[in-house]
Design a binder for this molecule. Sequence first.
Ligand code: PLP
Length: 241
Amino acid sequence: MTTEPPTTGPAQAGGPGEPGGLGGRLARVREGVADAAAEAGRSAEEITTIVVTKFHPASLVAELAALGVGDVGENRHQEAQAKAAELGPSWPDLRWHFVGQLQSKKARQVRAYASAIHSVDRAALVDALRSDEASVDAFVQVNLTDDPGRGGVAPGELDALVERVLATPGLRLRGLMAVAPLGVPARPEFARVRELSERVRRLAPDAGALSMGMSHDYRDAILEGATHLRIGTAITGNRPA
Ligand SMILES: *Cc1c(COP(=O)(O)O)cnc(C)c1O
């Protein structure tokens, strides 16, 4: 891996390795992930922590990369595209995960820098992602609420969307993604996603990945089988306004 001169910025206050700094928060989350994995009888190696860096400057992403982070997540195309372009030359191996709602007309542009898209949630988007180029990893997002504005396919429409992804060149189905609804215990929600995943694996035996778990509920997600955590504030600190 390439090394970069240390950058400065608010996220680094206290020094990157100190408890109040970025490195300290990253280390605490890594410990939390290891503890939850041990509790679940799983290997922490099978769990990918994606650090969600939305709203933070590219300099913070570079600090994370220098600390050994290999996977970062963004939820807005323009911001993600600009950061990926800025950091690509120094950090060519950094993997960019797109985790936000995605307009079909932006789909091709996201393909250009993203190694994974976690928010595949409707047929029109699947069609817009069709490509003869190298496959991008795709997670089908499931909506666990009754509010269509939250993003994600309704569980009743999941099988049809999964079949469409499987039939679309340029997409490699990895599994499911979900955000736990607000105001209810997260663990039963994640258990529901795990059950839906069993249905998906009947159609696509290799698509067992589960992208679920954020700063406040990643332990529950790990206990229900999460393979990809999307963790923002617990590592980055609060997002700039
Ligand atoms: C912002 C975001 C996260 C991270 O949220 P935190 O609570 O900061 O950990 C995870 N997933 C998605 C889809 C997000 O938009």
